[in-house]
Design a protein around this ligand. Structure first.
Ligand code: SF4
Ligand code: SF4
Length: 444
């Protein structure tokens, strides 16, 4: 069937069958997000990539500007949207040139250049920068008529509509490695093999941050690429970002309760606070012990935090980590959406208080690594891949293949109600014996 003839139901079905999930966030199933006809007027394509050292979305836009814009324009007409805006950093002049080549074909698609600020890719901040609308605290962009999609997700959608499921993604390997690079790699590619292709690590006692220095998570050497992995950074143990992650929650709590002098710096620099949300990390630190043990109704404000890390890694002069404690609080306090929306007021010094990315990189001591690096294209001859049998929110995926089966790349190997997982390389399936299995290995 011609792509132009697909109706919205058929499109959502192909996106689901193609295993498309948000490439830039927590992996929310994209077909659910696209099921929004009549509730949005604007689609923002998020190409901001605001973490230091990451180049995955950059190379994706350079290579696939045509796929991104064509898919966005198709969604615009199917979902009845008024406008599409591709947002990326002003400093990405090569992306601007690549997009300029195809933009005339899509008169309803516009570009917006973003300043080199952290966190310009946060959905709430991006929606404000592009449309001037403020997403309600604890809410989603659709509540103000905006659909946000990462640029790489658009490539996933483009391919899924043509029967090609998600098997690869753009990933940056950076930090303390001999030859940093970005490549399109099979889902499930193992960290050890990724590092080998970077010429190995160059620091003592290396630690691995998947997702970025500000918002990423520490992972171990058995890590394998997921559909949401934008990059893996190698950093020494004494790096401040690594130190923050290594601290225990008990220790964080003790320090917060004994050392926090309510200086207010964390709240003053919080980007969600700057757009008028009621998040106040300094107050949550004062009540940290209570919130974690006997939370009250008001403590649901923890859910207004996007875990950008500015309070912990940049603002706090005594190295308290509100971000980690607030993340723990979220698990204790239910999110109660406010039905009536407060009149949000942008901080009068919003522009002055935003953080230049170069400053963030220096504070995180990663500016030294930000050198020109290579794009390797799509990697082939990859060794065994390890596919996680979990979907959004940790929901299990049920395998539809058995141990010892042979599969080809793109073949369906597991699914859930929400999504489908496909083999990223051809080979023999190895399933864990535990029930249910949490990983599926494919040996070429
Ligand atoms: S991590 Fe800190 S600075 Fe970032 S949104 Fe949460 S409270 Fe605000
Ligand atoms: S910046 Fe640190 S010391 Fe100051 S109020 Fe926030 S947590 Fe407390």
């Amino acid at each position: 069937m011609n792509m132009e003839d697909l109706d919205i139901r058929q499109l959502l079905n192909r996106v689901r069958e193609g295993g498309v999930v948000g490439a830039g966030g927590a992996g929310f199933p994209t077909w659910r997000k696209l099921d929004c006809r009549g509730r949005a007027d604007t689609l923002i394509l998020n190409g901001a990539e605001c973490e230091p050292l990451l180049y995955a979305d950059y190379h994706c836009q350079l290579l696939y500007a045509d796929k991104i814009l064509a898919t966005a324009d198709r969604l615009r007409s199917l979902l009845g949207l008024e406008q599409v805006v591709l947002a990326f950093k002003r400093k990405r002049q090569a992306v601007r040139a690549a997009v300029a080549n195809v933009l005339p074909e899509f008169p309803k698609v516009h570009i917006q250049l973003l300043e080199n600020i952290y966190p310009s890719g946060d959905e709430h901040i991006l929606v404000y920068d592009v449309t001037g609308r403020i997403v309600p605290q604890g809410g989603i962009p659709l509540q103000v008529g905006v659909l946000v999609q990462n640029v790489q997700t658009m490539v996933y959608i483009h391919d899924a509509l043509r029967g090609r499921p998600v098997t690869h993604r753009f990933v940056t390997i950076g930090g303390a490695v001999a030859r940093p690079y970005t490549a399109e790699v099979p889902i499930g590619m193992r960290l050890a093999e990724l590092l080998e292709r970077a010429g190995g690590v160059t620091c003592r006692d290396p630690h691995f941050l998947a997702g970025g220095v500000m918002m990423g998570d520490l992972v171990t050497e058995d890590f394998a690429v997921a559909k949401t992995t934008a990059g893996i950074l190698v950093l020494p143990r004494d790096n401040p970002a690594v130190q923050e992650r290594l601290s225990s929650l008990e220790r964080d709590l003790r320090i917060a309760l004994s050392v926090c002098d309510q200086c207010y710096a964390c709240t003053e620099m919080c980007p969600r606070r700057l757009i008028g949300h009621e998040i106040e990390p300094h107050l949550l630190m004062r009540r940290a012990g209570t919130v974690l043990h006997t939370p009250g109704e008001r403590d649901h404000i923890a859910h207004y935090c996007c875990e950008c890390g500015i309070c912990s890694l940049i603002a706090c002069p005594v190295k308290i980590t509100p971000r980690r404690l607030i993340a723990a609080m979220k698990a204790k306090v239910p999110l109660t959406f406010k039905r009536e929306l407060p009149a949000y007021e942008i901080h009068p010094e919003f522009d002055r208080k935003r953080l230049p990315l170069d400053y963030v990189a220096r504070r995180m001591d990663v500016h030294r690594y930000d050198e020109d690096h290579r794009f390797l294209g799509q990697l082939s001859d990859v060794g065994p891949v390890e596919l996680a049998l979990t979907g959004f929110g940790g929901r299990p995926l049920r395998p539809v293949v058995a141990d010892g089966d042979r599969v080809i790349a793109g073949e369906r190997v597991a699914h859930s109600e929400d999504t489908v997982l496909h083999a990223s390389i051809a080979g023999r399936v190895r399933l864990q014996a535990n029930d249910p299995p949490t990983r599926l290995r494919i040996e070429p």
